[in-house]
Design a protein around this ligand. Sequence first.
Ligand code: ADP
Ligand code: MG
Length: 244
Amino acid sequence: MSDSPIISVHNLHKWYSGVHALKGVSLDFKPNEAVGLVGDNGAGKSTLINILSGLHTADEGDVYVEGEKVSIANPRDAMDLGIETIYQYNSMVPIMSIARNMFIGREPLKMSIGGIGILDEAKMREQSVEAIADVDLHLRSPDALVGELSGGQRQGVAIARAMHFRSKVMILDEPTNHLSVKETTKVIGFVKSLREQNVTGIFISHNMHHVFACCDRIVAMALGEVVLDKPVAETSIDEVHDLL
Ligand SMILES: Nc1ncnc2c1ncn2[C@@H]1O[C@H](COP(=O)(O)OP(=O)(O)O)[C@@H](O)[C@H]1O
Ligand SMILES: [Mg+2]
């Protein structure tokens, strides 16, 4: 297995008017590792990952994916590079079905008799059922509306979507906020299982216990800078706490 980074960021800077939110962040993310990104509110965690997921662009610095310098101008570019992000309030459309949500932006088409591309509903339903079963999520029907699901189930659908489309990097920004204990345990289990599926995980949480439970490496940020970067076995919750 290659140990060269799947994503490298070099000297990233980001300003929001007067706020210097990222002050020269450089980091490597290796294939198959789960990295826990921790830090206080305002540390710059979301800013960093929003640059990787195409919601923001850096004012300075470079991003490399598998050794190639890339420009991630929007979420579509990120998706095309194999980077999927699951947010605290994820990007599901509540009034649409699970099957439709699974394929947002990537709808499969089939030809109508008149030769016009139409949505292949059967394919979306079938593949949704498969994708959901693959992440060990039990939902009654792909036709259920996402708005009827619990927070944890929605996260599950978002994770199923990312896995189904073979993302290489899965970013989870505070995915356990507002989840029940049981649902949180499930998300932690998902993060743990990414490694076996050859997916790099970047798991952001202000809950140190969640991160320590499932990550291989801990990166701590404070005031826009990386203040610690160590394998989980070589650090502790206390050490990280003292730096924040
Ligand atoms: N869209 C924005 N506009 C202005 N300031 C922002 C914006 N997003 C973040 N910030 C500021 O940038 C800094 C880093 O925020 P953020 O990346 O959200 O940190 P974290 O995710 O670690 O809590 C904070 O000072 C925050 O107030
Ligand atoms: Mg944040």
